[in-house]
Unconditional design. Sequence first.
Length: 205
Amino acid sequence: MNPILKPYVMNVKLSNDLRKNIHSFFEAHHDQETLQHTLTVATEAKRVAGLFGADPQKAEQAGLLHDISNVVPVNEMLNLANGLLIEILDEENKNDRIIHQKLSRAMAKEIFNINDQEILNAIECHTTLKPQSSLLDKVLFISDKISWDLPGEHNYLEEIRDKVNEYQLNEGILIYLNQVWEQRNKLKLVHPWLIEARDELLKVK
């Protein structure tokens, strides 16, 4: 493990059971909110993987690990990413929080010894998606979105859930990407990966 990550595993009991490790990890950081979201996403990712023929175990593992970097304060994310030699896009320097998906990938590999590239790649783009994304990338991305429990009415999330359950994965993803694109003037950042992924899906629609 990179020594720069040692402060984040103090009081964490690690075993060969990833789910127990994730419980221990978030409990050590007193982050029950992210733990509950993580467990929900992992369960949903396993279900969605089954609908579309992705590997359910890999989807579940990716779900368990996708937000582990939430334990890092946002104002420390870029410094930690630099310390881990993570490639940071110019756009990401404008929004520290967006780097969390790349941080989670690095932490999954360094702390939890995940070496499966499919799982790591899915974690890395779970917030933005990316062009030429794999089936597992898409499964984790959409499972994260439809697991949100947001206040107020968000009809587009219900539409996405319906599309997924109707076996229309790309269509569900496009609903979300279009939602972000329509709000682009109000947002601090629309990630270039998201823009490219949307353009790609629009061409094959």
